[in-house]
Ligand binder design. Structure first.
Ligand SMILES: Nc1nc2c(ncn2[C@@H]2O[C@H](COP(=O)(O)OP(=O)(O)OP(=O)(O)O)[C@@H](O)[C@H]2O)c(=O)[nH]1
Ligand SMILES: [Mg+2]
Length: 300
């Protein structure tokens, strides 16, 4: 379904980095938009829409969100064109600096005004960086206002998890890319049970907060997959009591209905009794004996 209707957008240095890596995993299914004041973010991205903010002499917007958003506003007409065919935008950014905190809320607002569904993953600064946190909090609130789903990622948790695996959180493939790939494949490919944007729309339009999780594990161990999902580096993840859930299951050719049921059960047990659950499933050749689950929960 590569017709410009799915867009991955990266805003700011870290957001652009994540967006490029996520897009590389599913370039056939979606477009890429990079927004930054630092031109080095546009390296290795020949096929991306690139929106440079500011002049090339200064790298970044030096932690000035207002400057970044006012630069972004000057590009409204170009952005209108890029956003024209977009039905779903997955926005990746890290808050606490200038570009992400300033331009990401403006981009989310514009995409949403144009009728796109907006799923945002926003990283919050390390808690010890107080000045960055002060910039990040109001920016997150603005992002949440303009996004259908806005997941808050904790850099502290991300870094802690990377450390425990002996890798560097900045350079290693992260949970973020897995989540984005899962979402894009969920919505961009035909599966055994097909899900589409209408399903996602009906889940995220429930009142209350929405978030999402992704996890991979042994097909025979549904509880293990669920526990992995809960260990995602999302800040304050709490899915118990949710009233809407879109669940995409992916498994190898051997995935059985029984396995699908068990995993779905592990993920939906904590929901309210009359919760709306939408289930999708597909085969994936890279998942021999394993299952991958992407869940979007809403009505929190
Ligand atoms: N400790 C640490 N935090 C980082 C690093 N890179 C990014 N971050 C965090 O991620 C946030 C956003 O960083 P960037 O994406 O580089 O910022 P930006 O949006 O490009 O903003 P400006 O560069 O200020 O214009 C920061 O506020 C930090 O909290 C890093 O190398 N070390
Ligand atoms: Mg920067």
């Amino acid at each position: 379904m590569h017709d410009g209707s799915l867009l991955i957008a990266g805003v700011g240095g870290l957001g652009s980095e994540w967006a490029k890596r996520a897009h590389a995993r599913c370039a056939d299914e979606c477009d890429l938009l990079l927004v930054d004041a630092d031109d080095s973010s546009f390296e290795d991205s020949r096929h991306a829409h690139c929106l440079p903010l500011g002049d090339s002499s200064d790298a970044g917007c030096a932690a000035l969100p207002e400057l970044a958003s006012s630069h972004f506003m000057k590009a409204t007409a170009i952005m209108d064109k890029i956003l024209e065919p977009v039905e779903l935008m997955i926005l990746l950014t890290a808050l606490g600096g200038g570009v992400g905190s300033g331009a990401a809320p403006a981009l989310a607002a514009q995409a949403s005004r144009k009728g796109a569904l907006v799923i945002t993953i926003a990283a919050m600064p390390f808690e010890e960086h107080l000045a960055r946190c002060e910039i990040a909090h109001p920016a997150f609130n603005r992002l949440q206002d303009s996004s259908d789903v806005c997941a808050q990622l904790s850099l502290d948790r991300l870094a802690w998890q990377a450390r425990s695996r002996g890798v560097d959180w900045r350079t290693r493939p992260s949970w973020v890319e897995e989540l984005v790939q899962g979402l894009v494949l969920t919505l961009g490919q035909v599966g055994i049970i097909n899900l589409d944007l209408m399903d996602l729309r009906s889940v995220v339009q429930r009142k209350g907060g929405a978030t999402m999780v992704v996890a991979e594990g042994e097909a025979n161990d549904p509880e293990g997959i669920f526990l992995k999902a809960l260990a995602a580096p999302l800040a304050g993840l709490e899915v118990i009591g949710a009233s809407g859930c879109l669940l995409q299951l992916e498994g190898g050719r051997q995935m059985s209905i029984h396995q699908m049921e068990q995993v779905a059960d592990a993920f939906t047990r904590g929901l309210t009794e009359d919760a709306q659950v939408i289930l999708g499933a597909r085969h994936s050749d890279d998942l021999d004996g394993k299952m991958r689950v992407v869940a979007v929960v809403s009505g929190l």
